[in-house]
Design a protein around this ligand. Structure first.
Ligand code: HGA
Length: 608
């Protein structure tokens, strides 16, 4: 979603800000802008579309100065136009960038209009900059004026503020939206995530909820919500993974699909031995495992699908009840919490607004404890959860999640087995499952070997407008994930159903124009699934079957067969994900869509 970058330095900051915005492009956005403070005033460029359009404006009319703020906008309030792009101004001298949503913007707008303020945009953001301008009339100190205004805002924000006569500092703040401070030598920075600043520093301070920061060239002063100065630790970024390089691949998504075998190894590393799950991976407090009597999993989007698979695993292996819910529903209803329930969240970024809100609500509801399965160690979700299991997937740049999903599944499998061990899973069965997990990276590589074949069948989808995905058991959430992937990047309308539901409605959609993608693992549901496929074939539907050879399915008149490696049943959902990722990728490439930054979507969903 929206990205913020800000800088104060002894050198011109324009290049730093533009490079920072380019590094934030992966988050998804529709317009961008920069405001630079120099001795002549605050000047700005804004542009609709890619950051390149903004760079073109800088080429035509360079701006330079030593303090600046910049923004990529993913519109929530008002269309993606230049007038709505950030930074927003009050007068000529005060500029602001904002990530988040101001929920009480309407009454605030009315009050400001009554005071004579004119609005130039449709955004909720513009009220903040006018409020600061108004506050400066009675409180001339910019820092204090910002602190006063923040108490009037309801909703979520990360902001950066520059003012013309403030040549030695700028102000930033966060509440509900992510913001980090980058610490340099005689220069300091802010950004929505660390990746935006890796060209200038590797030292970061993670701001806490309600923090307000004053940044000068030599100092970063952090005030908490009560206005008290706080020291926050500096973390050094680990440069081992260079996420910003596509390597030999045309798109980040493909690079990330191909990384899956190595990141799954990284996710398993240190969490399993030859014979068992090492519960120390949950930290010193792993005794919580023996007390769990129920599990509530809460997540959004792809992470929700991972949670749905875990429900099958937990109930099957541990025999305890598990429910899974999307965070945007959970957070707005009255939830009954059985005693000794584990609250488990899943999020790639750890900044997903609905999941964070659900966690904060859950903390008041008497859960046994909270566990986050997350990819970003420094994220808010990790910091606010009692326990964490990191997925170790490395930065994921493609908006459509791939390696983050399969590593979430791997981490969930580790968690499910750990819970099951405390609920009577035998040592033999644990060893068998752990051995299966150890072969997972090799199976992923085997599944990737179908890439060339899948590329050929993808051509047949290019002119389709709809697709239907079918699966049973753990393959049902994988069918949902496959259909989500196809929708996200190729814009083909796709649905997923448990195959047994076909005749209760979706069969009416089946005709020769409807491709049906069936996930057919070789397990005790095979014969039932084969009957479901007959129902489709009988109605002329075009079947794309993903199955292992032993299922005895193969290419026939109305069946296009893709081989998936035969694996231990527990691994089926992880391995079957790979061909579906490849399918959606190749369909999107044939259709010529923007694979890494699909329209209307954002990577880290930091607004509700
Ligand atoms: N509400 C603001 C900012 C949107 C945002 O943070 N998106 O991620 C706007 O619509 O401009």
């Amino acid at each position: 979603m929206c990205g913020i970058v800000g800088a104060i330095a002894r050198r011109n900051v324009a290049k730093i800000l533009l490079e920072g915005l380019s590094r934030l492009e992966y988050r998804g956005y529709d317009s961008s802008g920069v405001a630079i403070n120099n001795l002549d005033g605050v000047s700005s460029h804004r542009a609709v579309g890619k950051v390149q359009a903004l760079r073109d404006k800088f080429t035509a009319e360079p701006l330079d100065g030593k303090i600046g703020i910049a923004h990529t906008r993913w519109a929530t309030h008002g269309k993606p136009t230049e007038a709505n792009a950030h930074p927003h101004f009050s007068g000529e001298d005060l500029a602001l960038v904002h990530n988040g949503i101001i929920e009480n913007h309407e009454p605030l707008r009315r009050e400001l209009k009554a005071k004579g303020y004119e609005f130039k945009s449709e955004t909720d953001t513009e009220v903040i900059v006018h409020l600061i301008h108004d506050a400066l009339k009675t409180e001339p100190d910019l820092l204090k004026a910002v602190q006063n205004v923040l108490t009037k805002l309801h909703g979520a924000f990360a902001i950066g503020v520059v003012k013309n006569d403030e040549n030695g500092r700028f102000i930033a703040a966060r509440k509900g939206s992510p913001l980090v401070v980058g610490v340099g030598i005689e220069e300091n920075f802010i950004a929505s995530d660390q990746l935006a600043l890796l060209h200038v520093t590797d030292q970061f301070i993670f701001l806490e909820e309600g923090d307000v920061v004053e940044l000068t060239r030599d100092q970063v002063t952090i005030f908490d919500e009560k206005g008290e100065v706080q020291e926050r630790p500096i973390s050094v970024f680990n440069h081992n993974v260079d996420a910003t390089d596509k390597g030999e691949f045309r798109h980040y998504m493909m690079k990330e699909i191909y990384e899956q075998s190595s990141v799954i190894s990284a996710c398993l590393e240190g969490r399993i031995s030859e014979t068992k799950v090492l519960t120390s991976c949950f930290g010193a407090e792993s005794e919580f495992l023996k007390d769990i009597e129920n599990v509530h999993i809460v997540a959004c989007g792809t992470s929700y699908h991972a949670g749905m698979v875990a429900k099958y695993w937990i109930e099957d292996l541990a025999g305890i009840p598990c429910s899974v819910e999307v965070a945007s529903e959970y957070r707005y209803r009255k939830v009954a919490v059985p005693k000794k329930t584990l609250f488990l969240t899943l999020s790639q970024s750890g900044e997903t607004a609905d999941t964070l809100a659900a966690l904060r609500m859950a903390k008041e509801l008497g859960y046994l404890t909270t566990l986050a399965i997350c990819n970003v160690p420094s994220s808010t979700l990790v910091r606010e959860s009692a326990l964490t299991l990191l997925t170790n997937a490395g930065p994921e740049i493609g908006v459509a999640s791939t390696k983050a999903f399969t590593t979430q599944l791997t981490a969930l499998l580790i968690t499910s087995v750990a819970i099951a061990v405390e609920n009577g899973l035998s040592a033999e069965k644990e060893q068998e499952l752990v051995q299966a997990m150890r072969s997972l990276p090799a199976y992923i590589n085997d599944a990737l070997a179908q890439d060339a074949h899948i590329k050929v069948i993808a051509d047949r989808f290019a002119n389709k407008h709809n697709a239907l995905f079918l699966g049973r058991g753990t393959m049902f959430p994988i069918a949902l994930e496959g259909s989500l992937k196809l929708k996200e990047i190729s814009y083909i309308h796709a649905e997923a159903y448990p195959a047994g539901e076909l005749k209760h409605g979706p069969l009416a959609l089946v005709d020769e124009d409807m491709p049906i993608i069936a996930l057919v693992p070789h397990n005790d549901m095979l014969d039932k699934l084969k009957s479901n496929l007959q129902e489709v074939a009988a109605r002329g539907g075009e079947l794309y079957v993903f199955a292992d050879k032993e299922t005895d399915l193969h290419n026939e008149d109305n069946i296009v067969f893709t081989e998936v490696p035969k694996v231990d049943r527990i691994l089926e959902p992880i391995v079957h994900t790979i061909p579906l990722q490849l399918l959606s990728y190749h369909v999107a490439v044939v259709k010529g869509t923007d694979v890494d930054q699909p329209r209307n979507l954002a990577k880290s969903v930091t607004v509700e």
